[in-house]
Design a protein around this ligand. Structure first.
Ligand SMILES: C[S@@+](CC[C@H](N)C(=O)[O-])C[C@H]1O[C@@H](n2cnc3c(N)ncnc32)[C@H](O)[C@@H]1O
Length: 292
């Protein structure tokens, strides 16, 4: 308990609670105002329709694959998450406190997540509001809680679709030998910079999480990969096949989890741990089976 006071978690928890109450009050006020506006003018409908029709339509392969109903639904879920920020710092502090992390490590992880949230907010405003992009930041405290019990010397960690690199760097700070594969080279640059400023030795490579020759087909024969794009295998640049990783992390969009589980089945090591981040949190799999 004393340790938690040392790095200001309790204070932050109080601040976060206060902030949450403020936000809830503002949200109630906003809802009341919208109700009143709807009754008076009805102009919000047009604005909503504009939001739905993405300005980047048809401009990229990524945008094209996102047009399916599954992804429209996913975008709703993501938007929902983005407009209702949880008191994120407090949740992270709780996770670190429960795991009794060393104060210095907890402080570094806290700084990493702060930087990650800033990068995500900027990306969301500057990129995702212009055109669809599949990057959505993971729930960092949830992932931290899932990773902590897996820590052991010499384990190799891989993040599929590592984006700004927060999860891979988190794994590195926790002691894993950590690697991230990301298709978007601009995000790989951001991840490398984040690793530099956080003093992390995590390795990032631009490429695809799908090894050369891998083909996905669901039970109905559908080969579509959703938002998962095509590119040269990232394992070639890493110089390591998927089966050399002990822990693999993936954060798929709705509908894409079966492909990720299949990829682990076909190319992963049978005893490797697969951490699948879904809307309900992080589920651990080993040998294709969910582990409680
Ligand atoms: C939902 S985001 C996950 C972000 C990150 N893992 C996190 O948890 O914060 C999915 C990421 O996968 C990337 N991506 C899409 N297709 C990919 C592929 N074939 N190989 C590697 N990364 C891919 C996207 O650019 C995006 O950054």
């Amino acid at each position: 308990m004393a340790k938690r006071q040392n790095f200001g978690f309790q204070k932050r928890q109080k601040e976060a609670d206060k902030q949450k109450k403020k936000e809830e009050k503002a949200e109630r006020k906003r809802a009341r105002r919208e109700e009143a506006d709807d009754g008076a003018t009805g102009t919000d409908e047009g604005a909503e329709a504009d939001e739905e029709s993405d300005p980047g339509a048809g401009t990229s392969e990524l945008r094209a694959v996102a047009e399916g109903a599954v992804h429209a639904q996913a975008r709703g879920a993501v938007a929902e998450r983005a407009v209702h920020p949880t008191p994120r710092r407090a949740v992270l502090a709780e996770a670190a406190g429960r795991a009794r992390l060393e104060p210095e490590l907890a402080t570094r992880l806290e700084a990493l997540c702060e930087a990650g949230w800033d990068l995500w907010d900027r990306f969301d405003n500057q990129v995702r509001r212009q055109a669809f992009h599949p990057f959505v930041a993971a729930d960092y405290p949830e992932v931290l809680e899932a990773l902590i019990p897996l820590r052991a010397p010499g384990l190799r960690f891989l993040e599929w679709g590592s984006a700004t690199g927060v999860i891979t760097i988190m794994a590195d700070l926790l002691g894993f030998e950590a690697y991230g594969i990301e298709l978007d080279p601009a995000l790989v640059d951001q991840a490398r910079e984040l690793a530099r400023v956080t003093g992390s030795g995590a390795t990032f490579t631009a490429g695809s999480l799908t090894p050369t020759g891998y083909r996905w087909r669901d039970s109905s024969g559908d080969e579509r990969l959703g938002t998962i794009g095509h590119g040269e295998s990232g394992y070639l640049q890493l110089g390591m096949p998927l089966e050399e990783f002990d822990v693999v992390f993936g954060y798929p969009w709705p509908g894409e989890a079966p492909m990720m589980l299949d990829l682990m089945r076909v190319h992963g090591r049978p005893d490797a741990v697969f951490l699948l981040h879904g809307t309900e949190g992080v589920q651990m799999y080993r040998g294709g089976r969910a582990v409680a």
